[in-house]
Design a protein around this ligand. Sequence first.
Ligand code: KG4
Ligand code: ZN
Length: 343
Amino acid sequence: MIVLGIESSCDETGVALVQAQGERVPRLLAHALHSQVDMHRAYGGVVPELASRDHIRRVLPLARAVLAEAGVTLAEIDVVAYTRGPGLAGALLVGAGVACALAAALDKPAVGVHHLEGHLLSPFLSQDPPTFPFIALLVSGGHTQLMRVDDVGRYELLGETIDDAAGEAFDKSAKMLGLGYPGGPALARLAAFGNPAAFDLPRPLLHSGNLDFSFAGLKTAVMTQLKKRGTNVCEQDKADLAAATQAAIVDVLVRKSMTALRQTGLGRLVVAGGVGANAQLREQLDAQCAKLGARVHYPEIELCTDNGAMIALAAAMRLQRGTVQVRRDYTFGVLPRWALAEA
Ligand code: KG4
Ligand code: ZN
């Protein structure tokens, strides 16, 4: 079974082909990506209308590229998968529309996929794939969640952010430090030159006794520190503040993940979403999981941020288990807001 996957929920157009055989973990045949980062940079963030228009421009050339790279013809595609939500409505509609049109033309089924399900299954395409059950730490620009994952489609939300997402905290702090968009990777680069102990930043909800997160106070704390320094803020201050911000975010994510492992007694952690690319986060999760005797699994770095491979993979894994609504009527509706536990 060959699945073509299309991702268009935000500012990346991704297309990929995976192949599933029997019950084995599906194999990635090819994937291609176009990031809109350069286009949105001028505006300091994603402009939804521009995102939608760019997805329209990119999706078919990317589809042609993956078919050529994999040596697969259109006729050999068995299922067309797309991101149904959550995400930007207009952007999602582009992928859904193209996927359903293609499926109709090929007389093959179309499958709508939950974006976060794609992220949390993405480590199955890595050199070191996990096995079920595991704890998933989902950390992206829009979400911060800890889930218990017993199998594909069996997700229990253990805790989530009550305000900003971890990626948002990176992005907003980076903006205040004048680092532009996207902020996460830029802040991480600057943090390498700073001393995280130079500023004492808050770690909200660290001792809340539950697995929820809160990051909105962090940007206020960063702003307060910058205001205190006023015009005297030097490059070293900025690097120190970047390091302290990263340390605060990473500290909370790591400690809550360890609590989730201890509370459930599970021995595996899967980290997914854009913030999962953060080197400091990976280093500390590796160290703490080793102490706990738990294994930690990551997607390959290139599949940490949004991509089509995770969408094709999630559809293929659901199809293998028969737990997906396969549509042949080619009508489609996207779900800009959609809880993973309801997918
Ligand atoms: O999963 P993703 O690509 O898109 C969403 O679904 O949101 O995540 C994007 C987020 C952004 O907030 C970005 O700043 C953050 O992931 N990010 C990072 C790093 N790379 C991406 N944050 C910290 N360190 C990184 N290396
Ligand atoms: Zn994402």
